[in-house]
Design a protein around this ligand. Sequence first.
Ligand code: NAD
Length: 484
Amino acid sequence: MIDPEPTASHFINGEYVEDKSGKLVDVIYPATGNVIAQVNAATPEILEAALNAARGAQSRWAALTGTERGRILRRAADIMRERNRELSELETYDTGKPLQETLVADASSAADALEYFGGIAGSLTGEHLQFGEDFIYTIREPLGVCVGIGAWNYPTQIAAWKGAPALACGNSMIFKPSETTPLCALKVAEILCEAGLPAGVYNVVQGLGDIGAALVTDPRVAKVSLTGSLPTGRKVYSAAAEGMRHVTMELGGKSPLIIFDDADLDDAVSGAILANFYSSGQICSNGTRVFVQSGIKDAFIARLKSRVGSAVLGDPMDEKTNFGPMVSEKQLKIVEGFIAKGLAQGAKLICGGERLDKPGFWLTPAIFSDVRDEMTIANEEIFGPVMSVLEFEHEEEVLKRANATEYGLAAGVFTQNLQRAHRVVKALQAGTCYINTYNDAPVEAPFGGVKMSGVGRENSKAAINHYSQLKSVYVRMSELEAPY
Ligand code: NAD
């Protein structure tokens, strides 16, 4: 096992940097509750150093060809894959997610982002428009210094999903990880540097929300990309608006998963498990409102309960474990509060929802049935292993109920009726829809929300437009006429 203690708290201008006068932040291993490392939050001096480094490096980085930038990102992807086990262990220490998951879902997804955006960096272009002899061309330009702010559930992936497109376009970045999981982003910075990234292009600073807030309002910053909750999103979006900064907002969700009675039952149960219990339910796009058509509801619940009952809760570093602890005592208490509300409002707890009597933040996967639309557990984002099963009769009815939420991150449908599947996803208000699957998020596909789930898209070519802008150049070749 690796030693989770970082070399230093921050990574600025190509090297690890420490300032011990910053507020101390404990890094707690969720599986035991033990403090496994400590970092210091950024001081004003650290923030200044990061901002100056990012500002100073950006124009030189942008002056490289896209191919040169891309080569460095792709090299970083290779290093990340070579160091997959070490990075996966660190992700497990940071988040508590089982190694069985982190070995395939975290550093590998981060590497995919670096490889993908490294691959397209050399072909990022503007356009040419001809008007007779005259023409217009557009130049695709970077935005400048970008700030990335991360949530705690996918610390390696979020650091790379934001960094890769930003750097491919010629921006520099300051990334602030969540205070709950500060370790992984430092490794992303270290690996980028090892791959040849010029000093100052990608920097990591630690801290709580106040450090994020200080970055968002700094006049040197051109763009802010946040992954976090809706309340934080509201604050960051309005703070960024003051300076007309570009924003990407990857926020929360309360996504519907609709299971029609013609669905393959085993697939539907697998989908519901993937949509609710992977990463102990701590995934923004989770389909936590599981609408099941009345004809199969009992059979669905019976099969689901038996499958979930076989989840292996144990040492996350043991590759046989497939269900880990929650990230923190705070998050566990929030989720327990929702479970209590579900019970008080009359939902039926089919199984789970119990705290394990051992150190760490362990909660067994919970399934509620008899959930009604107006209940708190059917309306608010829980961000934990709590599934709500709601019954429905008809397609029109379920679509109305599925869309009756302020969120719109994802949605899923299980059916074998092709026409219905496409009709339903067309009507669902969500940034990502799944047909007979759930929670895939390859870098090639745009990812992001509608309504209160966010603004902009990560991944895919769509992300390029969120990290660059077009300058139009008008060129007159014909004689120029003026009215006087
Ligand atoms: P959070 O909103 O509490 O914190 C997110 C980040 O914002 C942290 O780094 C935090 O320090 C920072 N922050 C807090 N206040 C700030 C401020 N005023 N200004 C600037 N930065 C500030 O979220 P969390 O608890 O870390 O993560 C869980 C949330 O993230 C859930 O709502 C989940 O749905 C969402 N999430 C969304 C996606 C997505 O892609 N849409 C992915 C993962 C998580």
